[in-house]
Design a protein around this ligand. Structure first.
Ligand SMILES: Nc1ncnc2c1ncn2[C@@H]1O[C@H](COP(=O)(O)OP(=O)(O)OP(=O)(O)O)[C@@H](O)[C@H]1O
Ligand SMILES: CC(=O)C(=O)O
Ligand SMILES: [K+]
Ligand SMILES: [Mg+2]
Length: 542
């Protein structure tokens, strides 16, 4: 991966671009989040998605009921077992989303230049003249000349399935609009986006709370994707809510920045959240087109410097119906990697697209190519400078591990971790080689007295096993470059040298079996020995 590293800033012989890339065990260091839905819920398709490189599955509760999503999740579990590929689960909330209520589900034709009325009167049938909506306060926030966008959920930007409206008049609770382009709205769910207005709906709705405390708790979700996060307070409230739900106190919250309000409060939101989703679907229509790249680059930079994972959405819309992305999309994916994304989120492409598996593998291949020309050296220096001095011990250990690994051309970095924090800090310095994070159980003091030589699994209830260890492992599945391995549960987190050595051996064997570590390779190991954190370089013999 790191050998033969090219830099875009250096002269590149054009023919070198044509050299076929070697197949590698890891599809890419950049992660892929796939939204599961009608076209991606069978065991067969999900298994192929996992093999193609999906490492987080997103369940979007904007549409369909919990039973539907549960069925899909059961299929995901079956697929994980049979493919032996780890996959994290992300619950995406509805939040302050405005929706058109179309009970009959008939398609609606809208003609350019004609008028259509948006009304909160949900007793009315949706038609070409009237569109009932789920929000009562729209008229209050709109004025003549404002723009509103209505489209099929996860619209792909095609003029024929989504429509731009211009407000011509507000009468009482109704908003009368002029249709700017002809379109046919088909399907059961259309969302509504009014540019740059505050929508007076809660970020975590009652329906969201209900879904989280039932479906979320039952399935011990790894990530909560908090739609329409507008303030840091939204994240604090969501965390407070999760903290009361037992296992979910460890769930990571990813704030979705999807409108100008979220963008304005970006810094404070980043401080509170565990990660950020740059929701370009919505944000891309809230922002003037010429400003979208600016937000992307500055938000990714801030996430990188904070060492928090950043997920970018809406990269290959056209692959919803096509086997190849457009040239612009293909370039966009690569730029997302160069700009610093940890993961790419696929929405319509995997949910209802015709080629979910091909989309994942195409995006993965583009990411892998872009990673090769990522200027790690410049990034590393910039990050060290940003962090400043004195560095915390752990940050210094993490950055030194990455530096050492690059200097000795190590094939992997192995990091021992319990919560995953140490591994994420290493990933922050964007090593060019994979980081195998060995997630080791941390036990409460009374549990430490147990004897672990015997049948550990019998003593620790399954639910504790899952919530204590695997959630920390799965949460690294969204971070660029991190590949978790679960340590044998019989090794508690006491970091005695005997257990350290045996776990290291297991990790090395795992790396060899996976093909990332070969004979005579150098490996950098980051672990605690007694009370000291150490970085060591080992050279393998056979
Ligand atoms: N169980 C373990 N055995 C050996 N080394 C460990 C273990 N857990 C963490 N380390 C190492 O200890 C050092 C300090 O890591 P840290 O204590 O932050 O661990 P963490 O589990 O990642 O995070 P946290 O302590 O915040 O839960 C790092 O070098 C890390 O690799
Ligand atoms: C994924 C999503 O919600 C968006 O891009 O807006
Ligand atoms: K949603
Ligand atoms: Mg959105």
């Amino acid at each position: 991966m790191h050998s033969g590293h090219l830099l875009l800033e250096e002269p590149i012989r054009m023919v070198s671009i044509l050299k076929p890339s070697k197949a590698s065990f890891f599809p890419a260091m950049t992660k892929i989040v796939g939204t599961l839905g009608p076209k991606s819920r069978s065991v067969e398709v999900i298994s192929s998605c996992l093999k193609a490189g999906m490492s987080v599955a997103r369940f979007d509760f904007s549409w369909c009921d919990p039973e539907y999503h549960q069925e899909t999740l059961e299929n995901l579990k079956t697929s994980i077992k049979s493919t032996k590929k780890l996959c994290a689960v992300m619950l995406d909330t509805v939040g302050a989303e405005m929706q058109v209520v179309n009970k009959s589900e008939k398609s609606i034709s809208l003609q350019a230049e004609a008028q259509v009325v948006l009304t909160p009167d949900r007793g009315q049938e949706a038609s070409s003249q009237i569109l009932p909506i789920n929000y009562d306060g729209l008229a209050k926030s709109m004025k003549k000349g404002d723009t509103i966008f209505v489209g099929q959920y996860l619209f792909t930007g095609s003029e024929t399935t989504s429509v731009w409206l211009e407000v011509s008049e507000v009468t009482g609770q109704d908003v009368v609009c002029t249709i700017k382009n002809s379109a046919t709205l088909a399907g059961s769910l259309f969302t509504l986006h009014a540019s740059q207005v505050h929508i007076d709906l809660p970020t975590l709705t009652d329906k969201d709370k209900e879904v989280i405390s039932t479906w979320g708790v039952k399935n011990k979700i790894d990530f909560l994707s908090l739609s329409y996060t507008r303030h840091a307070e939204d994240v604090r409230q969501a965390r407070e809510f999760l903290s009361k739900l037992g296992d979910l106190s460890q769930t990571h919250i990813f704030a979705k920045i999807e409108n100008i309000e979220g963008l304005t409060h970006f810094d404070e939101i980043l401080q509170e959240a565990d990660g950020i989703i740059l929701s370009r679907g919505n944000l891309g229509i809230d922002l003037p087109p010429e400003k979208v790249f600016f937000f992307q680059k500055s938000a990714l930079y801030k996430c990188n410097m904070a060492g928090k994972p950043a997920v970018l959405t809406r990269v290959v819309d056209s692959m919803t119906d096509n086997l190849r992305p457009t040239r612009a999309e293909a370039t966009d994916v690569a730029n997302a990697v160069l700009d610093g994304s940890d993961a790419i989120l696929l929405g319509a492409e995997t949910l209802r697209g015709l080629y979910p598996v091909e989309t994942i593998s195409t995006v993965g291949k583009i990411c892998a190519e872009a990673e090769k020309v990522f200027n790690q050296d410049r990034y590393f220096k910039r990050t060290v400078k940003y962090v400043g001095e004195p560095m915390s011990h752990l940050e210094s250990i993490a950055s030194s591990a990455v530096r050492a690994a690059i200097k000795v051309k190590a094939s992997v970095i192995i990091c021992f971790t319990s919560s995953g924090r140490a591994a994420r800090l290493i990933a922050k310095y964007r090593p060019t080689m994979p980081v195998l994070s060995v997630v080791i159980p941390r036990l409460k003091t009374n549990q430490l007295k147990w004897s672990f030589s015997g049948a550990f699994e019998d003593q620790l209830p399954t639910h504790l096993w899952e919530s204590l260890f695997t959630i920390n492992a799965r949460q690294s599945l969204v971070v660029r470059g991190l590949f978790p391995i679960l340590a044998d549960p019989r090794h508690p987190a006491d970091s005695t040298s005997a257990s350290n050595e045996s776990i290291l051996k297991v990790a090395l064997d795992h790396g060899k079996a996976a093909g990332v570590i070969k004979s005579h390779d150098r490996v950098v190991v980051c672990q605690k020995v007694g009370d000291s954190s150490v970085v060591k370089i080992i050279e393998l013999e056979d």
